[in-house]
Write a protein that binds this ligand. Structure first.
Ligand code: NAI
Ligand code: MG
Length: 359
């Protein structure tokens, strides 16, 4: 099988870590029968300054017509609004209908308090439809106010819950087949997150549509389905993170929960994500362009390497993904070659070489 992968380094350390994703794909054993073709593509703030477009049309066209998946590094956002600039990854999610943002948060097995969860965030609607407006009123009537639309559809809620169910089944299959690893979850669990006690129509619809999707026989027979109000979930996420397996959430709660969960594992440099649609996935480390360490050669490449594996999972190459995860875990468990964000002294290059050797 030939997989065509678009590479979009973006800004800052994106350019230092995305090449590592390409190298690990090229280093996969030939027994897997996988070949890769790469397209170098542009997006980001520097691209905007050079060309006037943060997401050039060519990048979208090549991804749409010539790629099976992609890796996206990070982009810098100007601190003040710049006319004509808007985030290219947000635009890409829309243009390619990447309706799910999937973020696994996991420690190695040897961690004092092991965690192994995945947050599955709806990526197309909720408050992020960005339908906001400001209404001017005279001060005598209370002054101006602003409001925003929170849109929740049955279709999008059902679709994201179905993906969460599929991920929970796949995780269980992987656990069942890897005899050696002592998983912290004995039974697959999906937790539906909402605030339907207050927002009975919007979050209420998310809740009922998710429940309905997860009551399909293939899920109901294999998974435990729970639900939790989002604020109490934040509390438990920090007190008892090991309790969670798969979390499904509408866009805004999912955004906040997934950054919060990333804080549980010590460094942003470890946490991957994938933007997933029908038959297409973009792996994306969850960190930004990290201007404070740009150009020093010390960015942790693991978030990108894990994002590369995650992309492969959604392209149905689970065996290849498992090999990459195992090589990364071996590096972390050994703990000899770590970048400074993990308390080590190694460079990006040394960590990449160690992981390639372990692969
Ligand atoms: P950031 O994620 O770039 O950095 C936060 C802190 O984590 C910094 O101290 C950085 O050195 C460290 N860090 C991040 N990734 C690391 C890695 N791989 N290895 C070692 N240390 C790492 O977030 P920040 O500083 O808030 O934002 C910087 C720029 O990135 C801004 O322009 C922001 O808009 C953009 N950004 C872009 C994102 C994206 O492309 N998806 C996400 C978050 C921020
Ligand atoms: Mg975020």
């Amino acid at each position: 099988r030939v997989l065509r992968i678009g590479l979009i380094p973006g800004d800052g350390i994106g350019r230092e870590v995305i090449p590592a994703g390409r190298r690990i794909l090229e280093a996969l054993p030939s027994s897997l029968g996988l070949k890769f073709e790469f397209s170098d593509l542009h997006a980001g703030f520097e691209t905007f300054e050079k060309t006037g477009a943060a997401l050039p049309d060519r990048t979208v066209e090549v991804l749409r017509n010539e790629c099976d998946g992609a890796l996206f590094g990070a982009v810098s956002s100007p601190t003040k609004a710049v006319k004509g600039y808007s985030s290219p990854i947000v635009a890409l999610r829309k243009k390619l209908d990447l309706y799910a943002n999937v973020r696994p948060v996991k420690t190695v097995r040897t961690a004092a308090k092991p965690i192994d969860m995945v947050i599955v965030r709806e990526n197309t609607e909720d408050l992020y439809v960005k339908e906001e407006r400001t209404i001017e009123r005279p001060d005598s009537e209370g002054g101006k106010y602003a409001e925003a639309i929170k849109r929740i559809s049955e279709r999008a809620s059902s679709r994201i819950a179905t993906m969460a169910g599929e991920i929970a089944l796949r995780r269980q299959k992987i656990r069942d087949s890897s005899s050696s690893s002592s998983s912290i979850h004995s039974h697959p669990l999906v937790t539906i997150t909402h605030k339907s006690n207050v927002l009975s129509q919007t979050d209420g619809l998310f809740r009922t549509a998710s429940r309905a999707a997860l009551s399909a026989p293939r899920f109901a027979s294999a998974l435990t389905i729970e639900e939790q109000i989002v604020d109490s979930m934040v509390y438990k996420l920090f007190r008892q993170p090991e309790a969670y397996d798969v979390i499904v959430a509408p866009n805004l709660y999912g955004d906040i929960l997934s950054d919060g969960a990333a804080a549980l594992v010590g460094s942003l440099g470890l946490v991957p994500s994938a933007n997933v649609g029908e038959g297409f996935a973009i792996g994306e480390p969850c960190h930004g362009s990290a201007p404070d360490i740009e150009g020093k050669g010390i960015a942790n490449p693991i978030a990108t390497l894990r994002s590369t594996a995650l992309m492969l999972e959604f392209l149905n190459e689970e065996d290849a993904a498992a090999k990459i995860y195992a090589a990364i875990d071996a590096n972390l468990e050994e703990g000899k070659l770590l970048t400074p964000d993990l308390g080590g002294k190694a460079t990006t290059e040394e960590v990449v070489q160690d992981i390639l050797k372990k692969l």
